[in-house]
Design a protein around this ligand. Sequence first.
Ligand SMILES: Nc1nc2c(ncn2[C@@H]2O[C@H](COP(=O)(O)OP(=O)(O)OP(=O)(O)O)[C@@H](O)[C@H]2O)c(=O)[nH]1
Ligand SMILES: [Mg+2]
Length: 315
Amino acid sequence: MLSLFGTPEQKPGLLDRMKQAVARTRDSLQERMDDLLTLARPVDEAALEELEATLIASDIGVGTSQEILGHLRQQASRQQIRDGAELRHLLKIELLRILDSVPPREQVFTANPEIILMVGVNGTGKTTTTGKLAAYFCEQGKSVLLCAADTFRAAAIEQLEVWAQRSGVDMVRTRQGGDPSAALFDALQAAKTRNIDVLVVDTAGRLHTKNNLMAELDKIRRTAQRVAPDAHVQTLLVMDATTGQNGLQQARLFTQAAAVSGIVLTKLDGTAKGGIVVAIARELQLPVRYVGVGEQMGDLIPFESSAFVDSLLEG
Ligand SMILES: Nc1nc2c(ncn2[C@@H]2O[C@H](COP(=O)(O)OP(=O)(O)OP(=O)(O)O)[C@@H](O)[C@H]2O)c(=O)[nH]1
Ligand SMILES: [Mg+2]
């Protein structure tokens, strides 16, 4: 079967796909950094200031850029950055250091089942990513069940149903307006009976500022833990890369309220501000587990820091 996603073993595939995913960010970075990266003399303060402005423009964030520049300045002051090529190399090391300071890309699933709650503000791509994940796990030979726990938005259940059919997995639903925890309860019973490996739960979009809606997420999580004590529950916050630093602020509040364990960064294909990945790692201390790179089923890449950094600063 032709692989939709490419496996981690197929590094070249993953790298090529990551290059495509960050193409807009890379073009914009490299256009601005062209003079810097081709410098044929030691890097000075003026060059570093230009670099700082460029990093901030790519949404790496002010604090993160300052931290990186602090380290580079120390090296430059000792005349240790000989030229632009070395600057690129050192910048890659800095970015990797930040990205790798949080837990790694993907865990091995051992629980029965692994429950993945998809949460986030409205329209970030939760339902789409739930569908993509179903196909991704199926391709890895896992048995997958979907739970339509967005009972709020009209047509949300039908939208997920389409994804379930596309990836050939079953979906447990309740009626629109029903209790999302009840839908999850039913899905957990089905998952146990059918010996399912991964249960992916699509929840309704909600604003991090709405306390009652955040409490609902807590109830969903507690239901999972109570009904399936052997299961492992992870909560993935789905963030839209095009919302940049605003999204980061939303995410900060979300992670406090919803016990988020990882990030899915969607719509990376539509932005030149992919530097947000680095800000997420440093400021939320959470791993980006997957990135969304389009609207189709295969447009999901398991995140890998070295592929990301190499793609961003290739040359
Ligand atoms: N270009 C691009 N579009 C995406 C990506 N992920 C999702 N989308 C699009 O974003 C829009 C919203 O996606 P949904 O999956 O419905 O978002 P949601 O978070 O479930 O929305 P609510 O349930 O209303 O909160 C759709 O048009 C998707 O096709 C991505 O990685 N890239
Ligand atoms: Mg949805």
